[in-house]
Design a protein around this ligand. Structure first.
Ligand code: AMP
Length: 581
């Protein structure tokens, strides 16, 4: 097996660290969330994520580099914890001056630029909620999310502003659009607010709002099988889990340079792109550019990244580029590589050994859990293909259809968690009923199917629903179907995830056409364009197939399960509820 304690001890001195987590079983037996809390600075029962991540460290080590930022053009900027404190204070003051108060939703629709991070922490200091959006979204997903959360503010950049302008008149709750224009050298229109101007006139000092553990902090949208995306809302208490998992799963040490490749538009990009490293006071690399094997390796080498958290799709693309591409760069600073978002194939784990002389450690969690729940720890032998074992403070189980734990090893069931960990989501915004439906028999139901082996390692089987996982991003079929149906030529649409060797799944749409419309290559292209414009390239279908009629239940619901079985040439299963032709 890979990387036991003894093997870590054999590593070169420069890379060797005593893992923060001791033997898994011992840590689990003696676990106490209270002792984690004791390491944080939570005066009078108050907790604020920005205080834990920024101000606490600005007081202790003001000049330590908090953020190394590398822009798409290769320029590099560095910000100390104290600079982060002052920049975020300015934004908190700017929000106060605009009359933005506690628990109001501030959306972020920007590229990964330093101001995004300053403004996010400023918003948290103000006691308002940050709601980051993926910058590759089209106007439709942006509109749905702001509408659902009744967002008051959007912070954006000139390149993305046209998408906001396209939907603005449909969003009565939206009071302010703040544009970070100075990096692009752009002018700000009179109806918008200029970020630079707002912060220039604002004070560098700000007294953080007195937020308690249950005050709202972060909202991320996640896709379900039915309906539009739901806003999973988290509270400031979540930082306890971010800190603990940063310390014990990411194994962060004071001198690490850490890089998480996820965008803050997805929960990994906030929990592990911001809160876990900064609550641990670690130097965090923010890389604005997109994927590119050589580019990524150069980035690791240039900044001496030691701990790297990425995703299976990226790892599969790196594997395609070959181990030699990795060996052409000096990656000797790396000491620990992790992955999340989709199952990491055993070949990926082992490939890490070949390319980096380090195995890749898979871990599992989701938007709703707010932090890592199951992991392969640095000091624990990896079982390639397994997600690992539960975090010490977490109880995970495989449960049957009656919500009873299944003790038999390797028996498939739904993966469930005992509620109550600090970063557990607290509601789906304006949809408490759906939230409640995720808790049954004393368990939180994850919606994933899995197995557990005799040694307590969990093995992912698949989703329990029709949600598509494409390159680690969840896509709700309903959202895509709705966009297709908006087109005049489309009568009905059914959308599934089609297996793909790189992205795990791609979005595939089956479309039946309106009366009198004939299928054609031109129409297929037109529908693709229509979806890309509305939804953005990450959500729009990669394949569209025309079919005469879609299989439906007698109650009229499209049977996506059947579309998928047919696509894969698998048995169709129980079709007793299928509508007669
Ligand atoms: P999200 O809420 O967008 O972060 O997506 C969470 C979902 O991604 C989980 O419920 C799983 O279906 C999938 N997922 C995340 N990490 C893993 C992993 N390590 N192995 C398998 N599936 C994963």
């Amino acid at each position: 097996m890979v990387m036991s304690y003894a093997e870590i001890a054999k590593q070169p001195e420069a890379l060797r660290r005593t893992p923060n987590l001791g033997e898994w079983a011992d840590e689990r037996a003696g676990w106490s969330w209270d002792s984690v809390v004791a390491e944080l600075d939570l005066p009078d029962g108050l907790v604020n994520q920005a205080h834990e991540c920024i101000d606490r460290h600005a007081a202790a080590s003001p000049d330590k580099v908090a953020m190394i930022w590398e822009g798409s053009d290769g320029s590099v900027e560095r910000y100390s914890f104290d600079e982060m404190r002052r920049h975020s204070n300015r934004f908190a003051n700017a929000l106060a001056a605009l009359g933005i108060g506690k628990a109001e939703r501030v959306f972020f629709f920007t590229d990964r630029i330093p101001e995004l991070y300053f403004a996010c922490f400023g918003t948290l200091k103000r006691g308002a909620i940050i709601a980051p959006l993926f910058s590759a979204f089209g106007p439709e997903p942006v509109k749905e999310r702001i509408e659902r959360a009744e967002g008051s503010v959007v912070v954006t950049t000139p390149n993305l502003l046209p998408k906001i302008n396209a939907i603005r008149s449909d969003l009565p709750s939206l009071r302010h659009v703040i544009v970070i224009a100075h990096r692009a050298g752009a002018e700000v229109a009179p109806e918008d607010l200029d970020y630079q101007e707002l912060v220039r006139d604002a004070s560098e000092e700000y007294e953080i709002e007195r937020t308690g553990s249950e005050d709202w902090s972060v909202m991320h949208f996640t896709s379900g099988t039915t309906g539009l995306p739901k806003g999973a809302a988290h509270v400031h208490n979540a930082v306890i889990s971010h800190y603990a998992t940063g310390k014990y799963v990411l194994d962060l040490h004071a001198d690490d340079v850490y890089w998480c490749t996820a965008d803050p538009g997805w929960v990994t990009g906030t929990s592990y792109g911001m809160f876990a490293p900064w609550s641990n006071g670690v130097t965090n690399l923010i890389y604005e550019g997109g994927f590119g094997a050589s580019r990524w390796y150069e980035t690791i080498a240039r900044h001496n990244v030691t701990v790297w958290y990425t995703a299976p799709t990226a790892i599969r693309l790196l594997m395609k580029a070959g181990s030699d591409a990795a060996r052409r760069h000096d990656l000797s600073s790396l000491r620990y590589v992790m992955s999340v978002g989709e199952p990491l194939n055993p070949e990926g784990v082992v490939w890490g050994e070949d390319a980096f002389q380090l195995p890749i450690h898979d871990n599992w969690w989701q938007t709703e859990t707010g932090a890592i729940m199951i992991a392969n720890y640095i000091g624990m032998p990896i079982r390639p293909g397994s997600m690992g074992r539960p975090f010490p403070g977490i109880e995970a189980a495989i449960i049957d259809d009656q919500f009873q734990p299944v003790d038999e090893p390797m028996k498939e069931g739904q993966l469930a968690l005992k509620p109550g960990w600090p970063s557990m989501f607290r509601t789906y915004w304006n949809d408490q009923e759906r939230y409640d439906s995720r808790f049954k028999g004393g368990w939180y139901l994850t919606g994933d199917r899995a197995k557990r082996d005799a040694d307590g390692y969990f093995w992912f089987v698949g989703r329990d629903d029709d949600v598509i996982n494409t390159a680690g991003h969840l896509v709700g079929p309903f959202e895509v179907e709705s966009a297709l149906i908006e087109h005049d030529s489309v009568a009905e649409a059914g959308v599934i995830g089609k297996p793909d060797p790189v992205a795990m799944e791609i979005v595939k749409a089956f479309v039946s056409l309106a009366a009198g419309v004939e299928p054609s290559e031109r129409l297929r292209r037109e529908l693709t364009r229509h979806c890309r414009e509305r939804l953005g390239p990450g959500v729009a279908p990669r394949e569209i197939e025309f079919i005469d009629t879609l299989p439906k239940t007698r109650s009229g619901k499209i049977m996506r399960r059947l579309l998928k079985a047919r696509e894969l040439g698998l048995p169709e299963g129980d079709t007793s509820t299928l509508e007669d032709d």
